[in-house]
Design a binder for this molecule. Sequence first.
Ligand code: GDP
Ligand code: MG
Length: 164
Amino acid sequence: AKPIVAIIGRPNVGKSTFFNYLAGKRISIVEDTPGVTRDRIYTEVEWRGRKFTLIDTGGIEPYAQDKIMLEMRNQAEIAIETADVIVFLVDLKDGVTPSDKEVASMLRKTKKPVILAVNKVDNIGEPPAEIYEFYNLGLGEFIAVSSIHGLGMGDLLDEIHKNF
Ligand code: GDP
Ligand code: MG
């Protein structure tokens, strides 16, 4: 079976943009089928001749502000259960938020490989010093990406592959 890669992250960090970039097309919210697939969107990605299934666990957004923490835990649980590799997307412009910290602490407990990707690094050659704040999540090294411009995606895909 193809490996499963799950993207998790707060609303607005750029998960859909990231997903659509890798899907090579805009995949709007598919069907609101009741049940387990309700909040998940799938696509197949091929990189260097290998295929994997990419899941956007935050398929249906936005959530009410007071539900974010709950939804984040939910996403993390789905990813920890079902994914072979987890991509935790955070947002350079927002910095580290309380729900990012919460998710990071859940992810530190799993044996599944976790890749921390800092999105919205549009000036990837010279990222601002604030990017170093993400080391505070305790997940180690991160990969800088700009989903909107498709920057850093090759490095990220290579890192994903290393974990299959
Ligand atoms: P989601 O809620 O996590 O799925 O986030 P979206 O993909 O809907 O993106 C939220 C907002 O961030 C949109 O306005 C995107 O255009 C913007 N965005 C996404 N990726 C980037 C990026 O790499 N750079 C910048 N500057 N904006 C981005
Ligand atoms: Mg989205």
